[in-house]
Write a protein that binds this ligand. Structure first.
Ligand code: AMP
Ligand code: MN
Ligand code: MN
Length: 319
């Protein structure tokens, strides 16, 4: 079956001249790294590639090719690829006016298989790890730029090889990408260590209001925080990873107020818990240990609803 799909995809790529690749809103390193890793490999094979992220790639200017990323697709394509998205809404407006994707490459267990071909491998730590396996099988090749982008995706989703799904085969893939020219220390520093002064002050706003109750830790970031501090993004600047450091917390949550009466929620859970289903029940998705949802409603109201449901999940897990 895998071999059959691989051959189909290989043929589709070979027959396509213009290829569009998109990934999700508020891109993380796996979204940007997978998009660019595949995009640059396709360019190296002589394809005309457009790479689109609705929210741009401002945090990823250390990645080769990031200056090519557009916020909206333009023109027509022979092949449309979506990476690191579990459903079609995750791309935001990036595919408005275009049909269903020819190919979806993803590792979310909540993936809805919304492409004509779906390479969905929930056991993989990152979409970039799937692409590492598939690039040669699809008739494409690595170079140091492709390797840097893919390793960046793996480092991002494993938070620097720290998640419980990292096994020896992940490290072997990372080592192979380094042999293709990826610079792990540079990726690590750019992606996980360095934050802008503004981003760290933005963390401060959230940390100031941090709450803890019986295994749950949470806080929120508001539109007012972003305006006051001058933080340009609409994300949490990875504050959720700081919350996950609270030893007493079995589940960490962050609520990020958005415009148009929307709230972005992120869940992070300790290894024996699964927060993907709860995220899915709120219209989002993700993995057992890390999941998210975009929920309609006022910040306080969404917080109340989500904390109540998360509390239920935690209580049930203790029974
Ligand atoms: P985040 O909390 O945004 O860092 O995301 C954690 C995981 O959940 C990632 O794998 C995301 O791709 C996934 N995720 C986040 N938000 C959504 C959403 N609205 N719909 C589906 N999956 C999401
Ligand atoms: Mn992602
Ligand atoms: Mn991912």
């Amino acid at each position: 079956m895998t071999q059959e799909i691989n051959l189909k995809i290989k043929d589709k790529i070979a027959a396509s001249e213009r290829i569009l690749i998109v990934s999700h809103v508020r891109p993380d390193a796996d979204a940007a790294g997978s998009l660019l890793g595949l995009g640059l490999a396709l360019q190296q094979a002589g394809k005309t590639v457009q790479m689109v992220l609705q929210d741009g790639a401002d945090n990823f200017d250390y990645l080769p090719g990031s200056d090519q990323i557009l916020r909206q697709a333009e023109g027509s394509f022979d092949m449309i690829v979506v990476v690191d998205c579990s459903d079609s809404q995750r791309v935001g407006h990036a595919l408005d006016g275009y049909g269903a994707p020819d190919l979806v490459v993803d590792h979310h267990k909540t993936n809805l298989n919304f492409g004509a071909n779906n390479v969905v491998e929930p056991e993989q730590v990152a979409t970039a790890a799937i692409l590492y396996d598939r690039i040669p099988e699809w008739g494409l090749a690595f170079n140091s730029d492709v390797a840097n982008c893919l390793l960046s995706g793996i480092v991002g989703d494993t938070i620097g090889f720290r998640t419980s799904n990292v096994d020896a085969s992940v490290l072997r893939r990372a080592a192979a990408l380094m042999e293709h020219g990826a610079d792990l220390a540079h990726i690590y520093r750019e992606e996980l260590v360095l934050k802008s002064y503004t981003a760290v002050r933005y963390w401060g706003a959230g940390l100031n209001r941090l709450l803890y109750e019986d295994g749950l830790v949470w806080t929120y970031l508001s539109l007012v925080d972003r305006e006051k501090i001058g933080y340009a993004g609409n994300d949490d600047a990875d504050l959720v990873n700081v919350l996950s450091a609270v030893r007493e917390a079995e589940i960490a949550l962050i609520f990020i107020e958005q415009t148009h009466n929307q709230v972005k929620v992120s869940w992070r859970a300790q290894p024996d818990l699964d927060v993907s289903e709860i995220a899915f029940s709120f219209g989002g998705g993700g993995h057992a240990a890390a999941a998210g949802a975009d929920i309609e409603g006022d910040l306080q109201e969404v917080m109340t609803r989500v904390i109540e449901k998360t509390r239920e999940l935690l209580d049930n897990s203790r029974k």
